[in-house]
Ligand binder design. Structure first.
Ligand code: GLC
Length: 476
């Protein structure tokens, strides 16, 4: 089957969060299973773009309203990713080092989508399915369905995977003229609350919708930033498919970024060595339990609670435990976390920024990973942590709830119900108790390492879904 994934991020070419990890690994597993899989993302000015070789396979000139723009399609030539990666180059809009948060994001991602459609119209071999990810690609299904310009693509089924429904790609109707011409009778398909909403348009126009966990699919029926009733209406074509992880990239036994590689058989010594190295970087004593947080510093991730949690726990436990935070995001949260550095020197460190290598080292060297998210459609950190023998402490929501159960219920981690300072502190308190019970703690670590979260089965689920959609289209 010819599969085309379209998204805003793809590891290692461009990463902000878990979206990149999924688009950088699911295609590889689908390819290994005998499909021809391609990924298209915008061409940002990232290190990957500068350090790798690309061949220009197509170029053209397009319009976004009155704005004329040239575009090129660059194919990555090394073959090392396990799928074909295409970067859509639109210099004026994407020749920048960041991925999001520019004032012209609407124009950027709409131009990208128009360029993708224009490029595939000219292909000799058409995709059998176009798999869109999140709102940045949400207008593709609409334009493909209703713009006569893309008539050639009309029979190609589309699916959207919702990685995070908070972000919806909303803009006002005075930018409607950006879209290629279509019969205005279909304008309703774009609309939500009197605005154009890219995620809504996708949800209305695709053949199938997937969310990245079953619990998240249930949650968006009553909490989805205003889209609840829409999600209730499209239940018949929605399903939750839990993400997997790339076992080649995330393997403590071969991970080149670690101080020492280890497997389930050498877990004690392996983790100890990694912990010693990690602690030495931040002047911490490796004899104490190390609690870490890795992720973007936003309320959505519960990161606003961390400063109070750290103060409260480090006051209660004096210097009996250590905390390490890696991430960036909300300036206010970053500042609060930085202010604690002086106060809890020797027991606490915060690294502001994104550092893939330090993240790997932290999964390997920590005892517990905190994931207190308010919203977590899937979450990959709990899976990475388990794979590295680190015990996750999670709030029961979305994919965290689907994957982690509490050790007191014979589970594989520690759970709390509220995203509140009290609940998180209580979970940490129980974690310290568990840590002291070496046997019980050791068993949970081993249980985590032995759990299979690979894409192998999951990627097959997607293929079955594509086949189902294609078969349905043939029936009609
Ligand atoms: C988004 C979600 C996260 C999910 C990831 C990959 O970042 O917030 O929960 O794991 O996408 O699907």
């Amino acid at each position: 089957m010819e599969i085309l994934h379209v998204g805003a991020e793809c590891y290692p070419a461009a990463k902000v969060g878990g979206l990149a990890d999924v688009i950088g690994s699911l295609p590889k597993y689908q390819n290994n299973a005998g499909n021809n899989v391609s990924v298209a993302i915008p061409c940002y000015q990232t290190a990957f773009r500068l350090e790798n070789n690309f061949e220009c396979i197509h170029s053209g000139k397009l319009k976004l309203g009155h704005f004329n723009f040239p575009y090129s399609v660059l194919k990555e030539t090394s073959d090392k990713l396990g799928f074909e990666l295409y970067l859509i180059e639109i210099p004026e809009l994407f020749d920048r080092s960041n991925i999001y948060n520019y004032r012209d994001d609407t124009e950027r991602f709409l131009s990208f989508q128009i360029a993708v459609l224009d490029w595939i119209c000219g292909l000799n071999v058409m995709p059998d399915i176009i798999h869109c990810h999140d709102h940045h690609t949400g207008l593709i299904p609409f334009m493909k369905k209703y713009c006569p310009k893309y008539e050639k693509l009309k029979d190609i089924p589309t699916i959207i995977t919702i990685h995070n429904g908070i972000y919806q790609g909303i803009f006002t109707f005075n930018k409607l003229y950006y879209l290629p011409e279509f019969d205005l009778i279909n304008i309703k398909e774009l609309e939500w609350n009197n605005c154009i909403n890219s995620l809504v348009a996708a949800v209305k126009c695709v053949d199938e919708i997937t969310t990245v966990s079953t619990s998240y699919l249930n949650e968006i029926n009553y909490s989805a930033n205003g889209l609840e009733t829409l999600f209730q209406r499209v239940k018949h074509k929605s399903r939750g498919i839990l993400n997997g992880i790339d076992l080649d990239v995330w393997d403590p036994n071969s991970d080149p970024m670690l101080e020492k590689n280890y497997s389930v058989n050498t877990i004690n010594e392996g983790k100890q060595k990694n912990k010693e190295k990690l602690c030495s970087l931040f002047n911490m004593n490796p004899a104490k339990p190390l609690f870490s947080f890795i992720g973007r510093l936003y309320d959505e991730k519960g990161a606003d609670l961390l400063p109070k949690v750290i103060s409260s726990v480090l006051t209660a436990y004096k210097d009996e435990i250590n905390f390490l935070i890696l991430g960036y995001g909300d300036i206010e949260i970053e500042n609060q976390l930085k202010q604690l550095l002086e106060v809890y020197k020797g027991n606490y460190h915060v690294h502001i920024g994104y550092d893939e290598e330090l993240a790997h080292k932290t999964y390997a060297g920590s005892d517990f990973i905190l994931i207190p998210s308010r919203i977590e459609p899937c979450g990959l950190n709990q899976m990475y942590a388990m794979r590295y023998g680190t015990v996750p402490i999670v709030r029961r929501t979305g994919g965290l709830k689907d994957i982690i159960t509490d050790f007191e219920d014979n589970g594989n981690g520690i759970c709390h119900d509220q995203a509140s300072v009290e609940d998180i502190c209580d979970a940490i308190h129980r974690a310290v108790g568990l840590y002291l019970d070496k046997e019980a703690y050791g068993q949970i670590r081993i249980k985590g390492m032995n759990t299979d979260h690979s894409w192998e089965h999951v990627s097959q689920e997607y293929i079955e879904l594509y086949n189902l959609i294609i078969a349905k289209r043939h029936e009609n």
